[in-house]
Design a binder for this molecule. Sequence first.
Ligand code: SF4
Ligand code: F3S
Ligand code: FES
Length: 234
Amino acid sequence: MQVTLKIFRYNPEDNRKKHFDTFTVEAEPTDRILDLLERIKGTEDGTLGFRRACAHGVCGSDAIRINGVNRLACKVLVQDLKSRKVTIEPILGLPIEKDLIVDMEPFFDHYRSVMPYFVNDDPPPSKERLQSPEERERFDDTTKCILCAACSTSCPSFWVNDKYVGPAAIVNAHRFIFDSRDQAAAERLEILNEQFGVFRCHTIFNCTDACPRDIQVTQAIGEVKKAIIDRNLE
Ligand code: SF4
Ligand code: F3S
Ligand code: FES
């Protein structure tokens, strides 16, 4: 079968305005959008810019907009598309560097701002810091994040104001806030209670729909909001 891809193009080093180029390629139903992009780059236009690494939904580097929704290019099959015509664009809300490649630094700045690492100042035990299966289960869902940015760049609150820390950062804060071994939950909750923190979320749910790891993003955000409210009531 043939699939037609309308692909967003932008190169800061030439004088052309932002535009779309159209390519028609042969495809199998089991081909992924990433395969089609590779085919175009390999045979039709070697200047096409897009990110990818693992090609198996693990590294999170190939989040793009496919027919208006955020997806990983390596996880969408041709047979999953409703039409043989596909529009491909970069994710929204981050500066475009070239074609489908965006600058991820503002995203990672938000991620780093919530202390996404384990904090425990007690001397390490001789073997390991023990945790019950129930305690581990409490934050299991949010350990699955691959930092693809599909959630934050699908969030209207983030589009309106990119100072909003965004769902991905909150997911990664959640992973440590609810870890029974960690000692910095109060500090993280204080950070997320600030002006551009978790209460910028208006429960729109785009983030949950966009997550390629099926993380219950909106639920995690709700749990962080509740933890802040409970703490303020104490
Ligand atoms: Fe990607 Fe999901 Fe992590 Fe957001 S929560 S960065 S969508 S893996
Ligand atoms: Fe945005 Fe998700 Fe909240 S889309 S508004 S972070 S529920
Ligand atoms: Fe790694 Fe798609 S290329 S997740």
